[in-house]
Design a binder for this molecule. Structure first.
Ligand SMILES: Nc1ncnc2c1ncn2[C@@H]1O[C@H](COP(=O)(O)OP(=O)(O)OP(=O)(O)O)[C@@H](O)[C@H]1O
Length: 227
């Protein structure tokens, strides 16, 4: 589903590579944690998958396509196959919960009848049944992140990328979000999550890829956060 072939990334005006000769293959349906110290290259890894950045050398494949060879007009449809969740939720503050999720479908041209049916279904799935009319600032952090997960998943993407999704949440709330991501993964969505949350990684026992200064120093199935 995702393949990195000898991928290096050196940002302009940087001496050190953010990623250095990375070879990684992630199969369809896997759940993978990406760990490593701050600045080790995790966000760069995720940005390359979204083609927000391009590799300096090497090749990145997503769902069989080499991203460097993708015409720019095909990038939006490629990104539609990838849901994204971030630490800071990134909800539209002036839209209700329902509207936030519906918006993700409107921008890709889904008909109103489909949106009316699908949005309550996904809000139910993430445990926000009955909260569709709330504004984001009327929700707890955990609930806001559930909205973000609903929005990322409503289009049933092949891949879900989560960059520190529990970074702003307390431990109990984080467990709830992880249960949700686990459930989404079980519906055959490949999940890739960058995190510093050692408790979560140790509890879940999924594949762990560790970066250190842009180099993959560990790739362990059913791994833990540290050694
Ligand atoms: N747009 C950019 N321009 C220049 N350098 C960058 C850019 N983005 C990241 N870097 C550098 O690339 C390296 C890797 O950064 P990256 O953000 O990928 O790390 P990270 O593991 O995600 O860190 P964190 O855990 O703090 O989010 C760092 O040295 C960083 O300073």
């Amino acid at each position: 589903m995702i393949r990195f072939e000898s991928v290096s990334k050196v940002y302009d005006n940087q001496r050190r590579a953010a990623l250095n000769e990375v070879d990684v293959e992630i199969e369809k349906g896997e759940f993978v944690f990406l760990v490593g110290a701050s600045g080790s290259g995790k966000s760069t890894f995720l940005r390359l998958i979204l083609r927000e950045q391009r590799p300096t050398t090497g090749r990145v494949f997503v769902a069989g396509r080499e991203l460097n060879r993708l015409h720019s007009w095909k990038i939006p449809s490629m990104r539609r196959q990838i849901g994204t969740v971030f630490q800071d939720f990134r909800l539209l503050p002036n839209k209700t919960v329902h509207e936030n999720v519906a918006f993700a479908l409107q921008v890709i041209g889904k008909p109103a009848s489909v949106i009316r049916r699908v949005v309550p279904e996904v809000l139910d799935l993430v445990g926000l049944d009955g909260k569709g009319d709330r504004m984001p600032d009327e929700l707890s952090g955990g609930e806001q992140q559930r909205v973000a997960v609903a929005r990322a998943f409503v289009n049933r993407p092949k891949i879900l990328i989560a960059d520190e999704p529990t970074g702003n949440l307390d431990p109990a709330t984080s467990v709830g979000i992880m249960k949700l991501l686990d459930r989404i993964n079980r519906s055959d969505t490949t999940v890739l999550m960058a995190t510093h949350d050692s408790t979560i990684v140790d509890q879940m026992r999924k594949r762990v890829i560790e970066l250190d200064e842009g180099i993959v120093v560990r790739d362990q199935s059913r791994g833990v956060y540290g050694y």
